[in-house]
Design a protein. Structure first.
Length: 181
């Protein structure tokens, strides 16, 4: 039996590491990414550049692979709907749904009795006022969705940081997370 060809949606740092690991196992990888300069293309066997909602590019990608995974959590669900109708995607969508929202992710881990940093859901200024009393300083205010590598995240050292960060993220559901040594 020949080894499967692995399709990887996304071409960032994790896509690079996936491609490197697959190569060591002699598994061919094809990266599909909307970033023409995606670093993972340097480690994969093939790179397909296109918008994640481009049906032609999705078809090109899906028809070249046996199984698909993703390397980041902010994949448009419309793209996954198209891909999943044609090819297996692992991990399953419920794993992606959990990792796409920091509050859902924290609650999932808490329900597994895993220890996580103190956290609170923030949807209003009142939520933030109550949460800082529990979580305290220093803490990190994070958008619930679409934040990564510092984007949508603010270190909170004092009341001024708290007010300024909330003003910048206003109207975005957030999580206030305590800092753990």
């Amino acid at each position: 039996m020949s080894k499967p060809t692995l399709g990887i949606i996304g071409g960032g740092q994790l896509g690079s590491m996936l491609a490197i690991a697959a190569n060591k196992l002699e598994i061919k990888t094809i990266i599909f990414c909307d970033d023409i300069d995606a670093p993972a293309q340097n480690f994969s066997n093939e790179f397909i550049h296109g918008d994640y909602n481009n049906q032609n590019k999705i078809n090109e990608f899906v028809n070249k692979v046996d199984v698909i995974t993703f390397e980041f959590e902010n994949i448009p669900t419309e793209a996954l709907n198209i891909v999943e109708a044609i090819c297996n995607v692992l991990p399953a969508r419920n794993a992606l749904k959990t990792s796409q929202d920091r509050l859902i992710e924290k609650e999932f881990l808490t329900n597994l009795n895993l220890i996580v940093a103190p956290y609170a859901n923030i949807e209003t200024e009142e939520d933030l006022t109550q949460a800082i009393k529990i979580v305290g300083f220093p803490s990190i205010l994070k958008t619930r969705r679409f934040g990564y590598d510092g984007k949508g995240q603010f270190k909170i050292k004092n009341e001024t940081d708290l007010k300024n960060s909330w003003a910048e993220l206003k109207n975005s559901p957030c999580v206030l997370e305590g800092v753990v040594n």
